[in-house]
Design a protein around this ligand. Structure first.
Ligand code: RP5
Length: 172
């Protein structure tokens, strides 16, 4: 089901599944793929629409853990039911990305994803911030992956150095 405009995968068996309701979400969702690529985390990317392909969506979520995926990143816009529905059929952590559409600035997407009932969590990032979804997936994996944790610590140090450099430019 991979679309022409999405990468099929990064090298290695996918640890993270990136899914989205439409290939029109890809310009936002590709930021998650880029973050995972930076950390060398293998992923797969696909279109799995909750409303247009409900049976495939349930199959994707039901089979994800058994196929070796460890985290799912799901993005959708508008009536964004994909992350929540996946979370209801998989024991894996699901990170939701509210994709902003033409109307309502993504508030509809955000509320559709974040307002989950108790017992079925979706870790929701800011509207359009798929990069943070990728970074959060890295952190989840890093909890049991010391090499990845070291990479994340180095990345965080680079953020600190960048912040210092900005301050130095102001003081100069
Ligand atoms: C949602 O509808 C998708 O996730 C996308 O954000 C939005 C529009 O989809 P297209 O009409 O562009 O395919 O389900």
């Amino acid at each position: 089901m991979t679309t022409a405009s999405t990468p099929e995968s990064a090298p290695g068996a996918a640890r993270v599944g990136i899914v989205m309701g439409s290939d029109s979400d890809w310009p936002v969702m590709r930021q998650a793929a880029e973050a995972l690529t930076e950390f060398g985390v293998p992923f797969e990317a696909d279109v799995v629409s909750a409303h247009r392909m409900p049976h495939e969506m349930i199959e994707y979520g039901s089979r994800a853990a058994g196929r070796g995926l460890q985290v799912i990143i799901a993005g959708a816009g508008g009536a964004a039911h994909l992350p929540g529905m996946l979370a209801s059929v998989t024991p894996l952590p699901v990170i939701g990305v509210p994709v902003p559409l033409k109307h309502l600035d993504g508030l509809d997407s955000l509320l559709s994803i974040v307002q989950m009932p108790a017992g079925v969590p979706v870790a929701t990032v800011a509207v359009g911030n798929a990069r943070n979804a990728g970074l959060l997936a890295v952190r989840i994996l890093a909890a049991t992956d010391t090499a990845l944790r070291a990479k994340m610590a180095a990345f965080q140090e680079s953020l600190r150095e960048q912040a210092y450099a900005k301050g130095e430019r102001l003081r100069a």
